[in-house]
Write a protein that binds this ligand. Structure first.
Ligand SMILES: [Fe+2]
Ligand SMILES: [Fe+2]
Length: 228
């Protein structure tokens, strides 16, 4: 299983720069156009979620002591994780109610739909970044207890996937949606919810705690700044 991506440098690698970077930018622009077609009152805006997730993934990598090259490679691989969403019907997303099992199932098809986009376009390209991007795209809704979207077992989930799954779930819980009601969605409350209600069956707890530490440090800095 692939570990942290440290065998190439996205910023200097010619294939990354000439093929994957323009691809990711185009896909995010398409996701933005898709978001623009959704109702105005939506709170979960996909292309903004993608940007936040990629940044948080990068920051957590640095917090873990990984190199800036690895952290940057992870940034670019996390950015397109939800591109498959734009292939689903618009009315899939913005219901007032909590989504039913059936709707959830269709929504979750975005993982493999995204992979299909990559496979179709880059069928003749072999590159570790492609493998990493596909790994995160396909598996970011998997769980360690194998009860995730595709039923992959925890042993098959790479470190990059485990981290992306945590960061992306956190970002989802931090965005208020109608069915959340008056739930506390502050950073500490969301992190506690992930620890207590979800926990080790779903997440890699070492990575969750590293992410939480990074996030709480950041939260405390912002709070101090706001108080003064
Ligand atoms: Fe997703
Ligand atoms: Fe996501």
């Amino acid at each position: 299983m692939p570990g942290w991506p440290d065998t190439f440098d996205f910023d200097t690698d010619p294939v990354c720069q000439t093929q994957f970077k323009p691809f990711i930018k185009e896909e995010l622009a398409s996701l933005r156009a898709y978001d623009d077609e959704r109702p105005d009152e939506k709170t979960y805006i996909f292309h903004q979620h993608a940007a936040r997730v990629a940044k948080d993934v990068k920051k957590t990598c640095l917090h873990l002591g990984l190199s800036s090259i690895t952290a940057n490679n992870m940034y670019w691989a996390a950015l397109p994780h939800d591109i498959g969403k734009r292939l689903l019907p618009l009315d899939m997303w913005d219901s007032e109610e909590k989504p039913t099992g059936e709707i959830k199932k269709v929504r979750r098809m975005h993982t493999l739909l995204g992979v299909q986009i990559v496979e179709d376009l880059f069928s003749d390209v072999e590159h570790p970044f492609k493998d990493l991007m596909i790994d995160i795209m396909a598996h970011h809704h998997e769980q360690l207890d194998s009860k995730g979207t595709l039923g992959k077992s925890g042993e098959d989930l790479s470190q990059p996937v485990r981290l992306a799954a945590i960061v992306e779930a956190y970002d989802g819980y931090r965005i208020w949606r109608p069915h959340f009601g008056d739930r506390d969605i502050s950073p500490p409350a969301v992190l506690n919810r992930m620890r207590e209600e979800k926990g080790p069956e779903i997440y890699d707890m070492d990575l969750l705690e590293a992410f939480a530490e990074m996030k709480i440090n950041e939260y405390n800095i912002i709070k101090t700044f706001e108080e003064n």
